[in-house]
Write a protein that binds this ligand. Structure first.
Ligand code: GLY
Length: 581
């Protein structure tokens, strides 16, 4: 077991600050029984039958409880999704969207897209000024950045189709209890609440649970009465509890306090979509991943095909040869992403061509093992490098019967648009920034796009989320995915190769530092301390530019061991928690 940290008992000073800090109705910090603070974060866990890995220990606990009550992996995932909406407000959500890939115990695959949609009143140039320039921040913060949320509809759809515990109330009640009774904030959430406080204040006109007059400190608990009420409406009315009635009225009223354009009609007409998952092979492995409007599946399969014929295992983990090859594959794939990928309901994504073996071979024809290939469209100095503002979240689940779920969900940035629906207690996404606001102008992840990902009413914005399931010889082998914006796809690619090519146990594979190239900007990002000086020099000698970042994606994965036991691992870059039995 890997112990990230454990809390000590409350300090007297903390309690004093807590007592003084109750200002807003929805925010209460009260001393709780001491053992609440004594939890342990476990990032690497073994289980014989079932496993849940999520971004928060309380959500993982909820998932395990549902499994032990006889729920299947889909039931547990729904319960985790709602629990994360309470305990992990920076990405867990009801105001966002996501993608879920399912492999049933019988070996059938399915996937659902509950990605947000552009409101019907959106226009292609809605983030441009009169001169046609992108207005900084307009697609990232505030009411106009919000896409029509899909999570509640998505959860209802998967429950109808796959739920074993038929009473939905059982699945959502743990989240309601957490919101209503409160829970102890983790150090990372505290840090972010304080970091984003000025944005919470700027983009919200009413008090909410996330803002208080003093800074949040260790020992603070978050109580969310408004959110508990909203979740109760969903519990009692299903998706109508969100897209209609009181919650919808509050959401539309919130839109009107800013420059939001979502209408009642947008909410009632939202529908998730069941889509055929993308399925491809890498050697003996079958990869099942997400189709557009996520770029994740296509990009992952393209990268794997590009490197498949090279002796990666002989090259060795993070050898000059292996990294150079992987970087060059990443570069080419992200250039395809920028040009060809978008919502296939609106744009004819050339999926078959992009995955065609000859095309992929051709794409690597100019690969030079001795030299980097410069990305040829670098606009001087204008490309943002993705930093740590992104936040999405992933959950991997396997149940006793062998059903597996890989689900990634997001508000986009930390706390999305920073807008909390007044009196309803939940953050709204800023997913509109995942569109290409203007051809060639990068979004918050430094990703550029084009026609394929231009804004259109009711279109879904392109995503990098890569919920993935892997089979070997027809048997379930791995479930994995991550948050991390543009770095999600390369993280899934590298963790998979760390296991299958570099022979690492899942925890080493996941904890190993990663690198990332996304075509533009033409730079290899690497995690602090991740590369030796010699490795860095060898990449520079090949012509690569390098830049270090604190960390990138946060992978959550489960590996089915040869004896059938499950190894669940969350990322040690965060407070992920794995637990099974
Ligand atoms: N919002 C991040 C993504 O969908 O890629």
């Amino acid at each position: 077991m890997f112990n990230f940290h454990s809390y000590n008992k409350f300090k007297f000073l903390t309690l004093l600050i807590l007592t003084l800090s109750i200002l807003f109705v929805d925010c209460r910090n009260s001393p709780k029984e001491q053992n609440e603070a004594d939890y342990e974060i476990i990032q690497s866990a073994k289980g014989k039958k079932a496993m849940v890995v999520s971004a928060h220990h309380l959500a993982t606990k909820v998932g395990n409880e549902i499994l032990q009550k006889g729920g299947n992996a889909i039931d547990a995932t729904i319960a985790v999704q709602y629990a994360l909406a309470v305990v992990y407000p920076r990405a867990g959500n009801i105001g966002g969207g996501g993608f879920m890939v399912i492999r049933t115990k019988d070996g059938n695959y399915d996937s659902i897209d509950y990605r947000e949609k552009a409101p019907k009143a959106s226009t292609r140039d809605m983030y441009l000024d009169d001169e046609g320039n992108v207005i900084p921040g307009l697609s990232r913060n505030g009411h106009l950045a919000v896409g029509v949320p899909g999570t509640v509809d998505g959860m209802e759809e998967v429950h109808k189709k796959y739920g074993k515990i038929k009473d939905f109330k059982v699945l959502i009640q743990p989240a309601i209890d957490l919101a209503s009774n409160g829970f102890l904030l983790t150090p990372m959430e505290i840090e972010r609440f304080n970091r984003f406080k000025k944005d919470f204040v700027k983009y919200n006109k009413s008090p909410n649970a996330f803002i208080k007059d003093t800074l949040w400190v260790e020992g603070d608990r978050l109580v969310q009465k408004d959110l508990a009420n909203t979740l109760t409406l969903i519990r009692d009315n299903g998706k109508a509890g969100f897209y209609e009635g009181e919650t919808a009225d509050k959401l539309i009223a919130e839109m009107k306090t800013g420059n939001g354009i979502i209408t009642h009609d947008d909410l009632t007409s939202y529908q998730s979509k069941w889509r055929a998952p993308l399925v491809g092979n890498y050697k003996d492995y079958k990869i099942i991943s997400m189709a557009p409007p996520s770029s994740g599946g296509i990009a992952l399969l393209q990268m794997l095909k590009m490197v498949e014929k090279y002796p990666l295992a002989d090259y060795g983990f993070q050898s000059k040869e292996a990294m150079h090859l992987m970087i060059e594959a990443e570069r080419r794939v992200y250039s395809d992403r920028a040009k060809h990928l978008g919502d296939s309901d609106f744009y004819k994504v050339p999926q078959d061509s992009l995955l065609d073996a000859e095309y992929i071979e051709d794409r690597m024809r100019d690969f030079n093992p001795k030299k980097s290939t410069p990305s040829d469209m670098v606009a001087a100095g204008s490309f943002a490098v993705p930093m740590e503002t992104f936040e999405t979240t992933h959950t991997s689940v396997i149940d006793e019967a062998g059903n597996a779920v890989s689900v990634t969900t997001t508000l986009n940035s930390n706390y999305g648009s920073k807008v909390v629906v007044s009196n309803a207690g939940f953050f709204l996404n800023n997913e509109m920034d995942d569109f290409s606001a203007k051809p060639g102008v990068p979004n918050q992840f430094g990703l550029v796009g084009n026609e394929a990902n231009a804004i259109e009413p009711e279109k879904r914005m392109l995503s990098s989320m890569t919920p993935t399931i892997v089979e070997k010889d027809g048997e379930l082998f791995m479930v994995l995915g991550a948050p991390g914006g543009s770095t999600i796809i390369t993280a899934v690619f590298q963790v998979f190769l760390n296991v299958v090519e570099f022979g690492m146990p899942l925890d080493d594979a996941l904890f190993a530092k990663r690198f990332h190239h996304q075509w533009l900007p033409d730079v290899v990002l690497y995690e602090n301390g991740g590369l030796t000086e010699a490795s860095k020099q060898s990449l520079k000698d090949l012509g690569h530019s390098l830049k270090d970042v604190k960390y990138m994606a946060l992978v959550k994965a489960i590996h089915v061991q040869p004896d059938g036991a499950l190894h669940g691992v969350g990322d040690n870059r965060s407070e992920d928690h794995a637990a099974g039995y």
